[in-house]
Write a protein that binds this ligand. Structure first.
Ligand SMILES: NC(=O)c1ccc[n+]([C@@H]2O[C@H](COP(=O)([O-])OP(=O)(O)OC[C@H]3O[C@@H](n4cnc5c(N)ncnc54)[C@H](O)[C@@H]3O)[C@@H](O)[C@H]2O)c1
Length: 329
C-alpha cells in the first residue's frame, strides 16, 4: 500500500502521518507513506520529527501546484489524502491570492494527476466553513454551499472540483468536512494555541467582538480517525462530516482556557470583530456514524487539558514560531 499525504508537515496532516506510521490505523501498518509539503510558514519538519527515521516515510518538499512533481509522486499511489491548504481565515481576509492558488489550483493539479495515474482512492479534506453560518440546527451533507470568507470560498471551489472529478472522470473521491480542530502541533496563530501560549507567558488574549461566535471543537486525533475510516470504507463520490460534539462560544472557550492556565478575566482583551465573522457552524455527523461507525473518543475537558499541557511542556516547539512570525525573516 502506498499513500500520498499532501500537507503532511502541517497540524492535522502531521498527526495523521505520525499515527499512521505508529501503527494506529488497522491494515495500514506497513503502508509506504510519501509526504508532499511545500513547507510554508505553517509547515514544519519538527512536526514529523517523531517519525523522521521511519523507513516507510519519504518526505518531499514541493508544491501541489507543480504538475511535474505531482505527476511523479502520483505513480503507483493507492490512496491520496489531501490536507495541503492555506488554512487561516484571517490571512485570507488580508490577501487571498495564495488561497486561490493552493486551495483551488493545487487541488485541481492533484486531481488531474490522480486521474492520469488511476489512483485507487482520493480523500479531499475540507471544512464546515463551506456552508456559511447557521443560527439553529445542524447541516447535513447535502446542504448547498454558501461560503462567506475567501478561505471558505476556495475550499468550496476545491470541494466542487473534487466531486466533479468523481462524476466526470470516475475518480474515487471522498470529501470530508470537519469542524474546528485542536490538539498539539497547531500553529500558534489559531485561537487555542494562540490563547494557551499567551496565557502561559502571562500575556493577554484577543477576543473577537462580543465572543458569541460559536464553534464545534474536534480533537485532531478524532478527526484523523474519521478520515482513516472514510479512506478505508467511504463510498466514492460521497461527502462525510466529522465533528467533535462540543459546541462552545468563543467566550466560553476563553473561560475554559483562562481556568486551565490559572488566569482571570483581566487577561482578556476585546478586539473588533473579524470581517464577515460567521456566527455559528454545526455539522450533523449521523451519516459517518451510521455508515462507518465513527464516534469522537476524546472528551473536550480531557482533550483541552492535555493540549494545554502539551504547549506547556513544548515551548521549544512554539517559542521560535512566535518569535519569528511569517514575513519577518
Ligand atoms: N485546522 C482546522 O481546524 C481545520 C478545520 C477544517 C478543515 N481543515 C482543513 O484541514 C486541512 C489541514 O489543515 P491544517 O490545520 O493542518 O493546516 P496547516 O495550515 O497547519 O497545514 C497546511 C500544510 O499544507 C502545506 N502547504 C500549504 N500550501 C502548500 C502547497 N502549495 N503545496 C504543498 N504543501 C502546501 C503547509 O506547508 C502545511 O504543512 C486543510 O485542508 C484545512 O482546510 C482544517
Amino acid at each position: 500500500m502506498r499513500i500520498l499525504v499532501t500537507g503532511g508537515a502541517g497540524f492535522i496532516g502531521s498527526h495523521f502521518v505520525r499515527e499512521l506510521l505508529s501503527g494506529a490505523y488497522p491494515h495500514w501498518e506497513n503502508a509506504r507513506t510519501v509526504v508532499l509539503d511545500k513547507l510554508t510558514y505553517a509547515g514544519n519538519p519538527a512536526n514529523l520529527a517523531p517519525v523522521a527515521d521511519d523507513p516507510n516515510l519519504t518526505f518531499v518538499q514541493g508544491d501541489i501546484c507543480d504538475p511535474v512533481v505531482v505527476d511523479d509522486l502520483m505513480r503507483d499511489v493507492d490512496l491520496v489524502v489531501h490536507f495541503a491548504a492555506e488554512s487561516h481565515v484571517d490571512r485570507s481576509i488580508a490577501d487571498a491570492s495564495a488561497f486561490v492558488r493552493t486551495n483551488v489550483q493545487g487541488t485541481f493539479t492533484l486531481l488531474e494527476a490522480a486521474v492520469r495515474a488511476g489512483v485507487g482512492r482520493f480523500v479531499h479534506v475540507s471544512t464546515d466553513e463551506v456552508y456559511g453560518s447557521i443560527e439553529h440546527g445542524a447541516w447535513a451533507e447535502d446542504q448547498p454551499l454558501s461560503p462567506n470568507s475567501p478561505y471558505a470560498a476556495t475550499k468550496a471551489a476545491s470541494d466542487h472540483l473534487a466531486l466533479a472529478f468523481h462524476r466526470t472522470h470516475g475518480l474515487p473521491v471522498c470529501v470530508t468536512r470537519c469542524s474546528n480542530n485542536y490538539g498539539p502541533y497547531q500553529y500558534p496563530e489559531k485561537v487555542i494555541p494562540l490563547f494557551a501560549t499567551n496565557l502561559l507567558d502571562g500575556l493577554t488574549v484577543p477576543l473577537y467582538g462580543d465572543g458569541r461566535n460559536s464553534r464545534d471543537w474536534l480533537h485532531v486525533d478524532d478527526h484523523c480517525r474519521g478520515i482513516q475510516l472514510v479512506a478505508s470504507k467511504g463510498r466514492p463520490g460521497e461527502v462525510y462530516h466529522i465533528g467533535g460534539g462540543t459546541e462552545l462560544s468563543n467566550a466560553e472557550l476563553t473561560a475554559r482556557l483562562l481556568d486551565i492556565c490559572g488566569a482571570d478575566a483581566t487577561a482578556v482583551r476585546r478586539v473588533p470583530d473579524r470581517k464577515g465573522h460567521d456566527l455559528r457552524y454545526c455539522l450533523d455527523i449521523s451519516k459517518i456514524t451510521a455508515e462507518l461507525g465513527y464516534a469522537p473518543r476524546t472528551g473536550f475537558a480531557e482533550g483541552i487539558a492535555e493540549t494545554v499541557e502539551w504547549y506547556r511542556t513544548h515551548r521549544d516547539w512554539w517559542e521560535p514560531l512566535k518569535a519569528t512570525p511569517p514575513g519577518t525573516t
